[in-house]
Design a protein around this ligand. Structure first.
Ligand SMILES: Nc1ncnc2c1ncn2[C@@H]1O[C@H](COP(=O)(O)OP(=O)(O)OP(=O)(O)O)[C@@H](O)[C@H]1O
Ligand SMILES: O=C(CO)[C@@H](O)[C@H](O)CO
Length: 465
């Protein structure tokens, strides 16, 4: 009798935790669960563990699951003391207090040197900037930090029983977002960690291979290495050459799987690693789905009505620059959003709804241009994330992004990637299992460069604001 092997993929993202249990052979979803995370950019990791336990219970538990892996938001700084207790709440990827610490690190070493060394220039989001902020602002906490790890490392460690700092493990994908791991050379740069921590030398998780088993849950399921959410999404989508994954979640992300590590001194492209042993050059914005959330709430409508309004109005000169949380790409942590070009004729809810969708897409189109200018093939976009549920966004995307846009049926692609990785670790094969890809719809349209040109003019008015 064939016994069904089950795997679980976890997505501990900014706004929520999702658990998907799948058939290891076919990838079919068997059951799922979720739990909310609180708002905020500084969070006690214990809250993520509670949410994980709630989501696991909601998914019917992991008792019959053979393997599990965790995908999670990248970059978050978790410092542990000698006993493995959390020293202070984690600082998240979208916490911008570390912006000037990042600038200091760039001044000290040089942007080109950072890009060459680790493929990233330390902006506020990057872990090494957060560690410098800690060293300068909370030196006692920095002194107590015996180990530093990331959200997915910590949650995997908790699932495995958290037995000592030596059992902490990470993977290339998430390590490459720290600012002290080189995706190109596949090695930590402890000298850069030390620079960030002003001479302190905390322990780091060991970097496991893409399908390595890093531990076991109390129930006996093997634990895969896990990865950052963007590497997990690329794995879940089985993104290939010419595919640009555009994810519209809390963050807006444009990424592609390649063989060559990126080294961009402008800091626009981050040279991250993927979850299979390759590279994942990536552009990330701070303002994505929440721009639509904020516009819907400003207009007093839900997402379906916002989408209907956006599609009911032509683009008539109204531009919304969506820097509602400052911005990371371009690097303007202190900027705010702006609405430009109001006239009597376009002062309507429909025009504002359309400007919000267009502004969000124009920021992502800049990211696609950056990848293309770096020589990366950009044949089509795979559009995912909560924001991709907006019909207006899907319909307007191909004209603004300038390439066909493939929208897989709404799913949880980070959790899928984590589940696929768990199945890979379970199978012990050289390549991840081939699962059928989700049904998808393709949207095509002629490019509308005028919208991008108008946006570019207004975007640059917000410099430093
Ligand atoms: N129909 C819809 N139209 C537009 N936005 C939507 C819709 N449904 C959900 N969203 C938004 O999508 C967002 C959640 O998306 P997602 O789950 O991809 O984010 P996340 O995983 O927390 O973010 P990240 O991956 O950046 O950590 C929320 O801001 C939510 O309001
Ligand atoms: O900071 C980034 C990528 O660099 C975000 O996408 C987070 O991973 C949260 O999703």
């Amino acid at each position: 009798m064939h016994v069904l092997a089950l795997v679980a993929g976890i997505d501990s993202s900014t706004q929520s935790c999702k658990v998907f249990v799948r058939d290891a052979d076919s990838g079919e979803v068997v059951r799922s669960g979720r739990a909310k995370h609180p708002d905020g950019t500084e969070i006690d990791p214990a809250v993520w563990k509670d949410a994980l336990e709630t989501a696991i219970a909601d998914a019917g538990g992991l008792g019959d699951v053979d393997a599990v892996a965790v995908g999670a938001q990248q970059h978050g700084m978790i410092c542990l003391d000698e006993q493995g207790s959390v020293v202070r709440p984690a600082l998240l990827w979208n916490d911008t207090r570390s912006a000037s610490s990042g600038r200091d690190l760039v001044d000290e070493l040089g942007a080109q040197e950072w890009a060459d060394a680790v493929g990233v220039v330390p902006l506020a989001s990057i872990t090494v900037s957060k560690l410098r902020w800690l060293a300068d602002n909370e030196p006692t906490s920095a002194d107590r930090a015996a180990a530093v790890c990331l959200p997915h490392d910590w949650l995997s460690w908790q699932l495995g029983g958290a037995s000592g700092l030596d059992s902490l493990a990470t993977d290339r994908g998430d390590a490459s977002g720290t600012g002290y791991f080189s995706a190109g050379a596949n090695a930590y740069r402890r000298d850069l960690l030390e620079l960030g921590m002003r001479g302190r030398q905390p322990q780091l998780p060991r970097v496991a291979g893409p399908s390595e088993r890093i531990g076991e849950t109390a129930g006996g399921a093997l634990i895969g290495p896990g990865t950052g959410d963007n590497a997990a999404a690329a794995l879940g989508l089985a993104a290939g050459v010419g595919d640009v994954v555009v994810s519209i979640g809390t963050s807006g992300v444009v990424s592609a799987v390649t063989d060559v590590a990126a080294a961009d001194p402008s800091g626009i492209i981050a040279g991250f690693a993927d979850a299979t042993g390759r590279q994942l050059p990536l552009v990330c914005t701070l303002n994505a789905a929440r721009v639509l959330d904020a516009t819907a709430s400003l207009l007093g409508v839900d997402h379906a009505e916002l989408s209907r309004l956006a599609l009911s109005s032509p683009s008539e000169g109204l531009v919304l620059v969506p820097y509602l949380e400052g911005e990371r790409t371009p690097n303007r942590p202190d900027a705010s959003g702006a609405i430009h070009g109001l006239r009597l004729g376009n002062s309507t809810p429909g025009h504002l709804a359309r400007a919000a969708v267009e502004g969000l897409l124009c920021g992502l189109a800049d990211g696609i241009d950056a990848l293309r200018n770096a020589g990366i093939e950009t044949r089509r976009v795979l559009l995912v994330g909560g924001g991709a549920k907006s019909e207006a966004l899907r319909e307007l995307a191909p004209a603004i992004l300038g390439v066909p846009v493939v929208v897989p049926e709404p799913g949880e692609y980070v959790a899928d990637g984590a589940a696929r990785q768990a199945a890979w670790a379970l199978a012990g094969t050289p390549e991840p299992p081939q699962w059928a890809s989700a049904p998808a719809r393709t949207y095509e349209a002629d490019p509308t460069p005028a919208i991008r040109e108008r946006y570019a003019e207004v975007r640059d008015l917000t410099e430093g604001a």
